[in-house]
Design a protein around this ligand. Structure first.
Ligand SMILES: *Cc1c(COP(=O)(O)O)cnc(C)c1O
Length: 233
């Protein structure tokens, strides 16, 4: 078994065990494998091990990998910051976008979604920890944005996404995810038909699953540590 395949099985097992321990159905949490910075061959390996949904953060990298992997029906999720001049290729390739935080971006994605493709699945990114530097709509602006995005014809609003401020304290992790879940539940009360809470990464997916995550976005725990050229992060 390749190291990607065995890491993937380990993550899937941890997802199921955490869900069960939280009194949830073991298959109520989907795994999005975050393949940013890793080569298309790494996606091929994970695909061979049964993984079909992959997350990418950078538009050009998504385009390059989708081009190399045209023989695989990969489900592409765009999860990175999206500028308005880069929406078209994302609208033409992605099945999901998790990082919408402005109406202008949503309007462009809807207008640019090819007519022969199914509507594009959308999560709204919420700045749940209130960090100045972070992308994401503020909790107070969320209801108006959600209502407006839900009306766009070529999008389907599926739910919410967050990237909380990093902390190793499980209670603080859980508090941030609980806050996103409460915003989500309020939108359901408001009448929106949502089914997705995209929250939890390698370091905090246990806390996220305990708070109701339906999709965890996991990179490092599957593919290993990332190396960015010219960037120590
Ligand atoms: C990189 C990234 C992830 C995966 O993070 P890991 O810590 O490697 O699991 C998840 N979500 C987003 C938005 C990311 O940018």
């Amino acid at each position: 078994m390749s190291s990607i395949s065995s890491a993937l099985q380990g993550v899937l097992q941890q997802i199921r065990q955490t869900a069960l321990a939280a009194g949830r159905e073991p298959d109520s949490v989907q795994l999005l494998a975050v393949s940013k910075t890793f080569p298309a061959e790494a996606i091929r390996e994970a695909w061979a091990a049964g993984q079909t949904a992959f997350g990418e953060n950078y538009v050009q990298e998504l385009l390059d990998k989708a081009h190399i992997l045209t023989d695989l029906p990969v489900q592409w999720h765009f999860i990175g910051p999206l500028q308005s001049n880069k929406t078209r290729p994302v609208a033409e390739i992605a099945h999901w976008v998790h990082s919408v935080d402005r109406l202008k971006i949503a309007e462009r994605l809807s207008a640019q979604r090819p007519a022969q493709m199914p509507p594009l699945n959308i999560c709204l990114q919420v700045n749940i920890s209130g960090e100045d530097s972070k992308s994401g709509v503020t909790p107070s602006e969320l209801p108006a944005l959600a209502a407006a995005v839900a009306r766009l014809p070529r999008l389907v609003l599926r739910g919410l996404m967050c990237i909380p401020a990093p902390t190793t304290d499980p209670l603080q992790q859980q508090a941030a995810f609980a806050a996103l879940r409460e915003l989500y539940e309020q939108l359901l009360v408001d009448g929106l038909a949502l089914d997705t809470l995209s929250m939890g990464m390698s370091a905090d997916m246990v806390a996220a699953i305990r708070e109701g995550a339906t999709m965890v976005r996991v990179g490092t725990a599957i593919f290993g540590h990332r190396h960015y050229p010219g960037n120590p992060a």
